[in-house]
Design a protein around this ligand. Structure first.
Ligand code: GLN
Length: 232
């Protein structure tokens, strides 16, 4: 089913670095699962897109202030977020997980985080999880604007552990980063494409139509395997 777009161009906000969902190749061009899914949806449904890769929390703000019409950023569908956003059908099952440096043998359970510093990206499920369990486990939280800062902080040892979505940590490990995940992941939420509550309903509908079609034809699986490969 083809839906009629209501705007010349839909502005889409996204994260600045969230591989394999959105990331820059060696030429600085953005690619990834989110980029491909939405780009193909636009081609299939016949609407125009303009991406803004501005970081997760900035992307949410852009959506809220009307500077963006839609947001795709590996964004987990939660009841709390449903108060402010409308979500598409879920397009990916995820979950969050703790990561430490490969040579760290002190942290094997959450209770080992007592007195340690744990990082996450601001505004994310991981940041919320850390906040909710801080009293229980006694760590200090450090929030970062972007993934590269977070992963670098762990590398140089300015934080002892970090939390992020498991497919993103898995991708980093696959890319040769010296990380490991000593604790089983938190069974997780699903990613959705979002619009501001009550706004641009046709945009969600176009995405849902195209997603269903891509899942039917196998193009969805193809996009995933292009960016994830074997290891995940
Ligand atoms: N899935 C997580 C969330 O929605 C993280 C998303 C991200 O960092 N881009 O909070």
């Amino acid at each position: 089913k083809k839906i009629e777009p209501k705007k010349d161009t839909y502005v889409i906000s996204s994260d600045s670095a969230f591989a394999p969902f959105e990331y820059q190749d060696s030429d600085g061009k953005y690619k990834g699962i989110d980029v491909d899914l939405l780009t193909r949806a636009a081609e299939m449904q016949g609407f125009n897109l303009q991406f803004k890769f501005i970081g997760f929390s900035s992307a949410m703000q852009a959506l809220e202030s009307g500077q963006a019409d839609g947001m795709i950023a590996g964004m987990t569908i939660t009841d709390e977020r449903k108060e402010n956003y409308d979500f598409s059908k879920p397009y990916f099952k995820s979950g969050i997980q703790l990561a430490v440096a490969k040579d760290n043998n002190d942290i094997k359970a959450y209770k080992d985080l007592d007195g340690k510093t744990v990082g996450a990206k601001v505004g994310t499920e991981s940041a919320d999880f850390l906040k909710a369990h801080q009293d229980e486990y006694g760590y200090t939280i450090k929030n970062f604007d972007a993934a590269d800062q977070l992963y670098d902080a762990l590398k140089v040892g300015s934080i002892d552990a970090m939390m992020d979505d498991y497919p993103v940590i898995g991708y980093a490990v696959q890319q040769g980063q010296d990380l490991k995940t000593p604790i089983e992941r938190e069974s997780g939420g699903e990613y959705g494409f979002a619009v501001k509550k009550g706004q641009n309903p046709e945009l969600l509908e176009m995405f849902n139509e195209a997603l269903a079609e891509m899942q039917r034809t196998g193009e969805y699986d193809q996009i995933l395997s292009t960016h994830i490969g074997d290891g995940s």
